[in-house]
Design a binder for this molecule. Structure first.
Ligand code: 5AD
Ligand code: SF4
Length: 504
């Protein structure tokens, strides 16, 4: 398996930024299609490769479910597939360019299989599809279907049209809510995907940060109605899911329609979800500081299921850069916010996204970012060199920063963040934490799961406990995982209490 393919298979569900890249490698099964409706019919094979954020992981699962209902069965390699979907990410140039080199390889595969009369259909989905539309087929004629993130519910019909010889491009923002057209995740697929599931509750963004393509590729903010989220959550819980990560590009701006047409906030939604039997943990990602409402801060203190972990991107610690980025908050406002959340939830672990080398960033601006990092102390983070994205205001600026300066700052920033991450992990040694067991560990008798703070833990003696939330004493901290021993095999009734006992 090449590295790229491995990277998409090793997505750590909890540890990716809104449109970032996988950070650590926990093997998570990607969506597998349910058996087709006619078991006797020879099944067609589907290969989906997903790049980028959790949103894309979720969308890939839904595409798999959708095509599963049409008789497609998911396969792990493109070679024997009848349909190949690249679910793309447009957030940075490198992510986008990867798609075209991958498509070059797929063109050769398609040509080779066409000689046997078995040419696969190639689909480009996701944000590159949305941003580039028909240009993709101009650059790579082997592509049969281009479909944006708002239209993939029409994939079966689009594939049929392409099968009849049409070159299909569907990159509009349709008026309908695609979620209403997607089948519920099939029970068997949910069970295969494990105890921790993503659930999209919000899409799109109205913030228009000047570096970001998301408002253009995912469109305006949209919140799914509360009832639709609860229905999907119940179906997941029925199949053994214990943890839900509510996802959206700007998830804390959630304002879904609730009973009587009233808008419900993210805190309100979490409270509704917390009432569902079996749900041990709720997480949400990714948030904008300006949408961190008081009721959400309060929920971190009062809702036991809401985990003490907050991904709250700040991007920069310089007020001048934050202004140029159109973030509409200052470094001081971010620090105040962090203090307010920590006052209500003292053991809260924080993570953030950072960009180095935004146009005009000076050494003094960069020093401000390092100072903010020192002041907050992050448990985890994602950091990137600024990548000018066509059509965004940042790309138009004349004062772009040299690549080597961006790289130097990125390395300095990452060294500090890594130090903080390791020190946070080391601070767990000797503590007893509630661990949600996700799978068997690498060795016989070992199990693997997550702490409330989203750290991977391997521990002895828990092989049969997948799905349980158990108490584990942390014995050691490795570079990417904690190691512990099972204290008692019973379910921890109040995971937040175990977590707090260990808190600083
Ligand atoms: N260049 C670099 N990083 C970017 N991000 C978004 N757009 C860009 C860009 N043009 C980063 C931000 C965001 C994360 C998902 O990706 O830090 O929070
Ligand atoms: Fe992009 Fe800013 Fe919206 Fe986040 S808040 S998705 S960075 S525009």
């Amino acid at each position: 398996m090449d590295d790229k393919r491995r990277a998409t298979r090793l997505e750590d569900r909890g540890m990716m930024s809104d449109a970032g890249e996988a950070k650590t490698g926990l093997d998570v099964a990607r969506g597998e299609a349910a058996p087709g409706p006619d078991a006797a019919a020879p099944s067609r094979k589907l290969f989906i490769q997903s790049f980028g954020c959790q949103m894309n992981v979720y969308d890939a699962q839904r595409m798999s479910d959708l095509l599963g209902a049409e008789g497609y069965e998911e396969t792990q390699t493109p070679e024997g597939a009848d349909v190949i979907v690249l679910n793309t990410c447009h957030i940075r140039e490198r992510a986008s360019e990867k798609i075209f080199s991958e498509l070059g390889r797929l063109r050769d595969l398609k040509a080779a299989r066409a000689r046997e009369g078995l040419a696969p259909q190639i689909v480009v989905a996701g944000c590159v599809a949305q941003a580039e539309g028909a240009e993709i087929q101009r650059r790579q004629s082997a592509v049969d279907v281009v479909v944006g993130p708002q239209s993939y519910h029409r994939l079966p019909e689009l594939l049929r049209r392409a099968g009849e010889g049409a070159r299909v491009v569907e990159a509009e923002f349709p008026a309908q809510d695609k979620f209403g057209f997607l089948p519920p995740p099939p029970a068997a697929a949910t069970r295969r995907r494990g105890v921790s599931a993503f659930l999209t509750v919000q899409e799109g963004c109205d913030k228009f940060c000047s570096f970001c393509v998301v408002p253009y590729t995912r469109g305006a903010e949209f919140s799914r109605p509360v009832a639709a989220v609860l229905d999907e959550a119940k179906a997941l819980l029925d199949e053994g899911v214990r943890e839900l990560t509510l996802i959206g590009q700007n998830v804390n701006a959630y304002h879904g329609e609730g009973p009587g047409g009233r808008a419900v906030s993210l805190a309100g939604l979490c409270a509704e979800l917390a009432r569902l039997p079996g749900l041990a943990r709720i997480r949400y990602t990714t948030s904008h500081p300006n949408d961190m409402a008081d009721d959400l801060i309060e929920a971190h203190a009062t809702l036991p299921q809401l985990m003490p972990y907050l991904h709250l991107p700040v991007q920069s610690g310089s007020n001048a850069v934050l202004k140029a980025m159109n973030r509409r908050h200052t470094a001081g406002a971010y620090l105040d916010l962090v203090a307010r959340v920590r006052a209500r939830r003292p053991d809260l672990a924080l993570s953030s996204d950072f960009i180095t080398g935004f146009p005009g960033e000076t050494e003094a601006d960069f020093a401000d970012t390092l100072a903010l990092i020192e002041a907050v102390g992050f448990a985890a983070s994602f950091s990137f060199k600024y990548s000018p994205r066509p059509g965004t205001p940042g790309a138009e600026r004349a004062d772009q920063i040299d690549e080597d300066v961006k790289s130097r700052r990125l390395h300095a920033l990452q060294a500090l963040l890594e130090e903080q991450r390791q020190s946070f992990n080391r601070s767990m040694v000797g503590r007893r934490l509630a661990v949600l067991v996700e799978k068997r560990g690498r060795h016989e008798g070992q199990a693997a799961g997550k702490t409330p703070y989203l750290q991977a833990v391997h521990f002895e003696g828990g092989a049969g406990l997948v799905g349980a939330c158990v108490e584990v004493e942390i014995m050691a901290a490795g570079p990417n995982s904690l190691y512990g021993r099972l204290v008692a095999p019973g379910e921890v009734r109040a995971p937040e209490r175990a977590a707090r006992r260990g808190a600083a």
